[in-house]
Design a protein around this ligand. Structure first.
Ligand SMILES: Cc1cc2nc3c(=O)[nH]c(=O)nc-3n(C[C@H](O)[C@H](O)[C@H](O)COP(=O)(O)OP(=O)(O)OC[C@H]3O[C@@H](n4cnc5c(N)ncnc54)[C@H](O)[C@@H]3O)c2cc1C
Length: 488
């Protein structure tokens, strides 16, 4: 958020100037955050879905209608671009159960007008509790309500993936996005630009986006034919939902449903993340554990027994929940490494979402980064006036999104280390570091990245549209200074 957006302009050294011209510090500081409370209500600033349309309307083709493809389509269509998505599946949907929508993503989605579609399906948890594997003792604590809305101007939601996907699809439809199903993209012409479908049809646009997930075909093409795909991260996750009626019937499991919250049990190389979804009608469980074997050798038939064996001896209340699972799916945990580029030399074709920055799910930010990608692209493209400006816009998009998403990739890997210490000195020091937040005492740092004030602000306070806009105008100013001209 810029203070200029609040109607506050930059001043010089004269301390007696009007207070409304307080300059935003160039150093990392939140000392002026209180000013946002003067600026209407933070919720009101989220907006009603409307945005100024772009002076140049582009014809944009997207491969993939996952969360990233749909979010990008919404971000672009609301700016007046014509968007068509080509999706290989014949029916739209999402695999897996729950997904977290952290505040940095929720703020954008609400600003785009997704709010009405989330009513009654998104859950806003009160807190995140980190628990000891053996007995469920509280070792870490993040207060989400009211802290996250107050600090970051947006809620932290959890939701069923299918519901989020459906909401984005409905909003995309409302904005005029065309979604072509059963349309597998088999090739790209990076210069035209165009994409070719399995049925041989060729589709041309001004910009082609590969939002085709971690097994992306567009990525290899953009990398000059030599792919750099995400690798197995040494972990797999069992994903499941538990019937809440069953849980309510046992006091050892009913307690967890009394308030909507995220509960994370952590232990040696393993963790279990839980939360309610579907307005409290379903309970989502993700059980992460070490796994080095090739996913093609996995037997989904033995997954239930394997899952229970992995967590044998953990908190008996958690074990009761695990024993209530009827079916589960074992899922590989993958991570990419920073790619050389996301953009074709023509600047007319790019990748985003998991295709560009697959990350382990331990910051719960993979889809959020895809939403931010769409937001940044929509924002930057809304400032260009001619096709000649496209290369500069796409170059800037790549720069700011690479920096942000690869830092998030790093933060996600770090949680995979810090959560998984075996009992011993590191685990004890970590738990000691989180003790103040558990005891409600003041703290200025925490091994819990949801709570650590610096990480928290970086992670949830980030506004992808503001950042993109500021970067575009900074670049424009630099160009003007360099050329001694004024650009439109
Ligand atoms: C266990 C787990 C938990 C997670 N939890 C969270 C969380 O809490 N919060 C969060 O933000 N993220 C989370 N993530 C990450 C998140 O799921 C992904 O980052 C996100 O779904 C990626 O979206 P995407 O659209 O880029 O890719 P995908 O969801 O993979 O979508 C790609 C789409 O492209 C289509 N496609 C592929 N190839 C072609 C082709 N050739 N032609 C046409 N269509 C094609 C596919 O069918 C698919 O629809 C989690 C991930 C895992 C594994």
């Amino acid at each position: 958020m810029t203070l200029q957006n609040n109607g506050l302009a930059e001043d010089g050294v004269n301390l007696r100037l009007n207070f409304s011209t307080i300059k935003r510090p160039s150093y990392p500081s939140r000392c002026l955050h209180f000013l946002s409370s003067v600026k209407k209500d933070a919720e009101a600033s989220i907006g009603d879905g409307n945005a100024p349309t772009s002076p140049l309307s582009l014809n944009i083709l997207i491969a993939g209608a996952g969360l990233g493809g749909l979010a990008s389509a919404v971000a672009l269509a609301r700016r007046g671009h014509k968007v068509t998505i080509f999706e290989q599946a014949s029916i739209l949907g999402e695999v897996g159960a729950g997904i977290q929508i952290p505040s940095n993503s929720a703020r954008l989605l609400l600003r785009w007008g997704l709010g009405p579609y989330l009513t009654d399906i998104a859950v806003e948890p009160e807190s995140i509790a980190i628990r000891r594997w053996k007995n469920g003792d509280l070792i870490g604590w993040t207060q989400l309500i009211p802290d996250f809305r107050r600090s970051f101007g947006a809620p932290y939601y959890v939701i069923h993936r299918a519901h989020l996907h459906d909401a984005l699809h409905k909003l995309a439809m409302k904005l005029g996005v065309k979604v072509e199903l059963a349309s597998t993209v088999v090739d790209y012409d990076l210069d035209a630009p165009s994409l070719t479908l399995e049925n041989g049809s060729v589709h041309y646009g001004d910009l082609v986006i590969g939002a085709d997930g971690l097994k992306s075909k567009a990525r290899a093409k953009i990398l000059g034919g030599v792919d750099d795909p995400p690798k197995l991260a040494g972990f797999a996750a069992y994903r499941a939902t538990v019937n809440v009626e069953k849980m309510k019937s046992d006091p050892d499991t009913a307690w967890i449903l009394t308030k909507p919250g995220l509960n994370l049990w952590t232990g040696n190389l393993r963790h279990v993340m839980t939360y309610t979804i579907a307005s409290g009608k379903a309970f989502n469980v993700v059980l992460s554990h070490p796994e080095d074997s090739d996913p093609s050798t996995w037997k989904q038939e033995t997954a239930m027994d394997d899952m229970r064996t992995h967590f044998a001896g953990w908190d008996y209340r958690l074990m009761k929940i695990i024993n209530m699972i009827d079916k589960t799916l074992k899922w590989p945990i993958m991570s990419g490494t920073p790619l050389r580029t996301w953009v074709a030399p023509s600047y007319k074709c790019l990748i985003l979402g998991d295709a560009a920055h697959t990350m382990v799910p331990y910051m719960s930010q993979g889809a959020a980064m895809a939403v931010e990608d769409g937001a940044a692209l929509g924002e930057i493209l809304s400032h260009i006036h001619s096709h000649d400006e496209l290369p500069a816009a796409i170059k800037l998009f790549e720069k700011i999104r690479m920096e942000r998403s690869y830092q998030m990739q790093e933060a996600s890997l770090l949680n995979g280390k810090v959560w998984h210490f075996p009992d011993g000195p590191l685990q004890q020091a970590r738990d000691e570091g989180m003790r103040p937040e558990v005891e409600g005492k003041h703290f200025i740092e925490s091994p819990n990245q949801w709570s650590d004030p610096v990480t928290q602000h970086w992670s949830y306070g980030y506004d992808a549209e503001d950042t993109a806009r500021e970067a575009w105008f900074k670049r424009k100013k630099e160009q003007e200074q360099k050329n001694g001209t004024k650009i439109k």
